[in-house]
Design a protein around this ligand. Structure first.
Ligand SMILES: *[C@@H]1O[C@H](CO)[C@@H](O)[C@H](O)[C@H]1NC(C)=O
Ligand SMILES: *[C@@H]1O[C@H](CO)[C@@H](O)[C@H](O)[C@H]1NC(C)=O
Ligand SMILES: *[C@@H]1O[C@H](CO)[C@@H](O)[C@H](O)[C@H]1NC(C)=O
Ligand SMILES: *[C@@H]1O[C@H](CO)[C@@H](O)[C@H](O)[C@H]1NC(C)=O
Ligand SMILES: *[C@@H]1O[C@H](CO)[C@@H](O)[C@H](O)[C@H]1NC(C)=O
Ligand SMILES: *[C@@H]1O[C@H](CO)[C@@H](O)[C@H](O)[C@H]1NC(C)=O
Ligand SMILES: *[C@@H]1O[C@H](CO)[C@@H](O)[C@H](O)[C@H]1NC(C)=O
Ligand SMILES: *[C@@H]1O[C@H](CO)[C@@H](O)[C@H](O)[C@H]1NC(C)=O
Ligand SMILES: *[C@@H]1O[C@H](CO)[C@@H](O)[C@H](O)[C@H]1NC(C)=O
Length: 410
C-alpha cells in the first residue's frame, strides 16, 4: 500500500489492501494514536514517515519487522515507551528524538542497524535487546539516561560513524571488539570519569575523545582524519598511533601533565595544543614525529618540548610558553635549516635575566622567516643560556651582518 502525504494524515489512511507486506510513505506525518494503529498491518516500512506530537502515549509498532525507509519519531512529551519488539533490521534509518518522557524502547529482536539515532531522550534508561547488535552502520546516542550500551555496541567489529555523547549515566564504554571506524568515532561528555577501551581498534577516520576518565587503545595505528583529545580528566595518556591524516588537537585537558604519541611519525594537518594548564613535560611526547603538513601552534606553560626527528613543517609555526626553563634552540635550528617552511615562525618563551639579551634578540629577529621583526618582547634569548652554543649565536650575528650589508647594497 502507498500513503500519500496528506496533512494531517490521520484521516487519510484509506489503506489500500495489497498483498505486499510493505507500507510506503511519502513524507507522511502521524500525530494521533489512531493513525499509528494502522501501522499494525505493516511489517515493512518504506519511504518517509514522521510520528510526532502529544497525542502519542505508548507507541505500539510491534508488527514492524524491517524499516527500509526513514522513520522519524520526535517531539512528544507524552510518549512513554516504544515497542518495536519484532524489528530485526533497520536497513534505512530510524531516528528518535526529543521525547522527554520516553523511558524504554523494546528492540528485542534487533540485530542489524544501518542508521539509528537516539537524541535528547532524558528519561530513556532502558533498551531491551536480546542477542544485541551484530552489524552497525551509523549510531548516535546523545543526551539519554542510558547507562549501558554493551548490547548496542559491545559486539560490533566495524562501524561507519559512532557518536556517544552527553549520556551522563554512562561510566564506561568497552568497545573491545571494534577494529575499524570508517568515518568518525566521537566519545564525548558522558558520565564523569567515563572509561574508554578500544583495544582492538586499528584505525578510525576521525577520533574525538572529550571529557573521559581514561583511554586505552593499545592497537590503534592510524587516525585517517582528525584526532581530538580535549576536556579529559586523566593526567597522562599514551596512544600508539603512527599517523594522523588530518589535524591533531590536544586542548583543555586540565589535569594532563604529560602524554606520549611516541610512535607518531606524520600529521597531515595542523598540530594544535593549548589550554592544558598542567602540561609541563613534552620531552618524550613526539619522539618519532617527522613531518607535519599543516601549521603548528603549541601554547602553554611547558618547560620542555622536543621533536628530535622533525624534518618538515609545511605551515606556520608557533611555539609559545610562559615557562622560563624552555629553550627555543632546537626549533630555531630547524627553522634556520629551512625545515619549517611556513611563512611565519615564532618560538616564544620568557627571557631569562641576563645582560647579553640585547644581541640575542637581534639574532632571533633575523631568524624570523616572516621578514617582519617579531614584535613580541618575550622572545626567547638563546644566548642567555651559557650552553646554548656559540656557533649558533655566531651564525646569527653573521646573518645580521649579512642582512645589513645586503640592504646597504640595495
Ligand atoms: C513540538 O511540539 C510542540 C507541542 O506539540 C509544538 O508547540 C512545537 O512547535 C513542536 N516543536 C517542534 C520543533 O516541532
Ligand atoms: C543516572 O544518574 C543519576 C544521577 O547520577 C541517578 O540519579 C539515576 O538513578 C541514574 N539513572 C540510571 C538509569 O542509572
Ligand atoms: C585508514 O588508514 C588505514 C591504515 O593506514 C587504512 O588501512 C584504511 O584503509 C584507511 N581508511 C580510510 C577510510 O581511509
Ligand atoms: C572529519 O572531521 C572533519 C572536521 O574535523 C570533517 O570535515 C570531516 O568531514 C570528517 N570526516 C569524516 C569521515 O567524518
Ligand atoms: C592488533 O592488530 C593486529 C593487526 O594489526 C592484530 O593481528 C591483533 O590481533 C590486534 N590485537 C588486538 C588485541 O586486537
Ligand atoms: C610504539 O609501538 C611499540 C610497538 O610497536 C609499543 O611497544 C609502544 O608502546 C608504542 N609506543 C606508544 C607510545 O604507544
Ligand atoms: C582556553 O582558555 C581561555 C582562557 O582561559 C578560554 O577563554 C577559552 O575558552 C579556552 N578554550 C577552550 C577551547 O577551552
Ligand atoms: C621536562 O620537564 C619536566 C617538568 O618540568 C621535568 O620533570 C623533566 O625532567 C624535563 N625533561 C627533560 C628531558 O628536560
Ligand atoms: C629576573 O628578574 C626579576 C626582577 O628583575 C626577578 O624577580 C626574578 O626572580 C629574576 N628571575 C631569575 C630567574 O633570575
Amino acid at each position: 500500500m502507498y500513503w500519500k502525504s496528506l496533512y494531517p494524515l490521520a484521516l487519510a489512511l484509506a489503506v489500500k489492501a495489497e498483498s505486499s507486506a510493505s507500507c510506503s510513505f511519502d513524507d507522511a506525518t502521524m500525530t494521533a494514536a489512531a493513525s499509528i494503529s494502522q501501522l499494525a498491518s505493516c511489517p515493512t516500512l518504506e519511504g518517509t514517515l514522521e510520528i510526532s506530537g502529544d497525542g502519542i502515549g505508548s507507541l505500539d509498532l510491534s508488527s514492524v519487522e524491517e524499516i527500509k525507509g526513514d522513520v522519524h519519531i520526535f517531539n512528544s512529551s507524552s510518549a512513554t515507551d516504544i515497542n518495536l519488539n519484532q524489528l530485526g533490521k533497520i536497513s534505512g534509518s530510524l531516528s528518535i528524538d526529543a521525547l522527554t518522557q520516553l523511558h524504554v524502547i523494546d528492540f528485542t529482536k534487533l540485530s542489524q542497524i544501518e542508521d539509528l539515532s537516539l537524541i535528547s531522550l532524558p528519561s530513556l534508561s532502558t533498551i531491551n535487546l536480546n542477542t544485541g547488535i551484530s552489524k552497525l552502520g551509523n549510531l548516535k546516542v546523545s543526551d539519554t539516561a542510558l547507562s549501558d550500551l554493551s548490547g548496542l555496541i559491545g559486539q560490533i567489529t566495524s562501524v561507519n560513524q559512532l557518536d556517544v555523547d552527553n549520556n551522563k549515566n554512562i561510566t564506561q564504554l568497552q568497545l573491545n571488539n571494534l577494529q575499524e571506524v570508517t568515518e568518525g568515532l566521537i566519545l564525548s561528555f558522558n558520565g564523569d570519569d567515563c572509561e574508554i577501551s578500544l583495544n582492538s581498534l586499528q584505525y578510525a577516520s576521525n577520533l574525538t575523545l572529550q571529557d573521559t576518565g581514561s583511554i586505552s587503545a593499545s592497537n590503534l595505528s592510524s587516525v585517517n582524519g582528525s584526532l581530538i583529545i580535549a576536556y579529559n580528566k586523566y593526567d597522562s595518556f599514551e596512544l600508539p598511533v603512527e599517523e594522523v591524516g588530518g589535524a591533531l588537537q590536544i586542548f583543555a585537558n586540565d589535569d594532563l601533565t604529560d602524554f606520549s604519541l611516541g610512535n607518531l611519525t606524520k600529521v597531515g594537518g595542523e598540530v594544535r595544543i593549548f589550554n592544558n594548564s598542567e602540561l609541563e613535560d613534552m620531552s618524550e611526547s613526539f619522539a618519532s614525529l617527522k613531518s607535519i603538513k599543516g601549521a603548528v601552534n603549541i601554547e602553554g606553560s611547558f618547560s620542555n618540548l622536543t621533536m628530535p626527528d622533525l624534518e618538515e613543517v609545511d605551515g606556520d609555526f608557533t611555539v609559545k610558553t610562559d615557562n622560563e626553563d624552555f629553550d627555543c634552540k632546537e626549533f630555531k635550528k630547524l627553522q634556520s635549516s629551512k625545515k619549517i617552511e611556513g611563512h611565519n615562525f615564532k618560538c616564544i618563551a620568557p627571557e631569562k635575566n641576563a645582560s647579553v639579551s640585547g644581541s640575542a634578540s637581534l639574532a632571533t629577529e633575523t631568524f624570523d622567516a616572516s621578514g617582519s621583526a617579531d614584535d613580541d618582547e618575550d622572545e626567547e634569548s638563546s644566548s642567555t643560556k651559557s650552553d646554548s652554543g656559540a656557533g649558533y649565536l655566531g651564525s646569527g650575528i653573521v646573518a645580521v651582518f649579512l642582512t645589513t650589508l645586503f640592504s646597504v647594497l640595495i
